[in-house]
Design a binder for this molecule. Structure first.
Ligand code: ADP
Ligand code: ASP
Ligand code: MG
Length: 403
């Protein structure tokens, strides 16, 4: 079999752990598998590098930031290859320009456009174990790019798609995908099989166990993804196409995301083109707006509220203030202390009363809902940041433990 494996930051977090990963990789090789192994930077290293950059300047140049961040993955790839070679195995490490992982120009959140797998294929044909530095790519000018936080997952799935691997194994610090973040909800259970669509919602609603783009790739190219622990041999979670069995379950998982902030523009004149004047400049600044709510207007005056990632709050707030001035809105309010809880399940589209039950459960727990958004397979509520974790637990109890 051709297997692409990915080991996350905690799994390669120390030399001892890198040696353990080498042993695991070697055991697969001994069974006759061809292996491409993607690694993350050692745990905490990406954060350390970001902090160093911010010691140099408040506003680091994006090209240089990527050049800096990519070193974390380069180091762990070389260390793992060294460990394997020291054990007598034929390993070689490749960074993005060698593995030909080609991306667009969006530094810090680049998208993979294409992978030219000829070099990788050649190394595999020569019987090598190929270790690839995750999270990084090169753009058309040959500059180093990075794929956004958690991006090594995407490197792995994209390589699995390009090489038509039999499976992509994501080794991490939990035993699979759980019905809620096991660190927040001790009752959470491992899910054996989850559909690409449910996993995509889970990832986009805050469960960082897989980066969302990795799931998009997996779905598009039908790559079977196996999320499992790097600390034991247990089977984890298979991310696969939905089947009838899965649709019987109404709520598959609860997700949460504390990385949210809210901006309200008060006293907006309700006329065509106003929303565009607010959200155009925000979009141009590369800020992703999540929920948007516009109240029904009274006397032609309305409020618009929206949410953005916490890291973009200051920038978005200033842009909103400028736009508010231009359109003659009354004032702009901000709240950085909010979070989002969501319930997810493909079965939701064929069941009624799910939203009502969610609101009732939160109300009974005395948790105030600030905003609501729904799609066919999820319902999200924005609540006070302090209530997020408790909201996860009460929703998990009502929808998953009690069903
Ligand atoms: P890695 O470094 O291996 O990429 P991450 O920290 O990015 O690992 O992702 C794994 C973490 O995701 C877990 O430690 C867990 O706290 C978190 N997580 C959030 N939601 C879930 C979930 N539903 N199932 C499993 N893990 C989850
Ligand atoms: N090292 C990067 C990060 O911390 C990428 C990854 O781990 O997937 O976000
Ligand atoms: Mg990760």
């Amino acid at each position: 079999m051709l297997i692409v494996q990915k080991y996350g930051g905690t799994s390669v977090g120390s030399i001892e752990r890198i040696k353990n990963v080498a042993k695991r990789v070697a055991s697969y090789f001994d069974k006759g598998h061809k292996l491409v192994v993607v690694v993350s930077a050692m745990a905490g290293q990406t954060d350390r590098l970001i902090a160093l950059a911010h010691e140099v300047t408040d506003d680091p140049d994006p090209r240089e930031m990527d050049a800096l961040l990519a070193t974390g993955e380069q180091a762990s790839a070389a260390l793992l290859a060294m460990a394997l070679k020291a054990m007598g195995y034929p390993a070689t490490s490749l960074v993005a320009f060698q593995a030909r992982i080609l991306t667009d120009d969006a530094h810090g959140r680049a998208r993979i456009d294409e992978i030219d797998s000829s070099r990788l294929q050649k190394e595999l044909d020569e019987g090598k174990i190929v270790i690839v530095a995750g999270f990084q790519g090169i753009n058309s000018q040959g500059n180093i790019t990075t794929l956004g936080r958690g991006g090594s997952d995407t490197t792995a799935v994209a390589l699995a798609a390009a090489l038509k691997a039999d499976v992509c194994e994501i080794f991490t610090d939990v035993e699979g995908v759980f019905t809620a973040d096991p660190r927040v909800c001790p009752q959470a259970k491992k899910i054996d099989r989850i559909s690409y669509d449910e996993m995509m919602e889970l990832a986009s609603l805050g469960a960082k166990v897989l980066q969302i783009r990795s799931v998009e790739f997996a779905k598009k190219y039908k790559v079977p993804v196996h999320v499992r622990s790097s600390f034991n041999e247990k089977e984890g979670t298979m991310v696969v196409e939905a089947d009838a069995e899965m649709e019987k379950i109404v709520v598959r998982a609860v997700a949460h995301d504390k990385n949210q902030a809210r901006i309200t523009i008060r006293g907006v004149v309700d006329r065509p083109g106003i929303a565009a004047q607010i959200f155009d400049p925000i979009g141009q600044a590369g800020i992703i707006v999540d929920m948007i709510i516009q109240n029904t207007s009274e006397d032609g005056i309305t409020d618009i509220t929206f949410t953005v990632p916490k890291g973009d709050f200051k920038k978005a707030f200033n842009i909103a203030k400028e736009a508010a001035n231009k359109i003659g809105a009354e004032r702009v309010l901000g709240d950085e202390h909010i979070g989002k809880v969501s319930i997810i399940g493909v079965g939701m589209c064929s069941h009624s009363g799910v939203a009502a039950k969610m609101f009732k459960v939160l109300a009974q727990a005395g948790i105030n809902i600030l905003m609501i958004s729904t799609s066919e397979i999820k319902i999200s509520c924005v609540v006070d940041e302090k209530e997020v974790e408790r909201a996860v637990r009460v929703l998990h109890e009502a929808f998953i433990e009690e069903g």
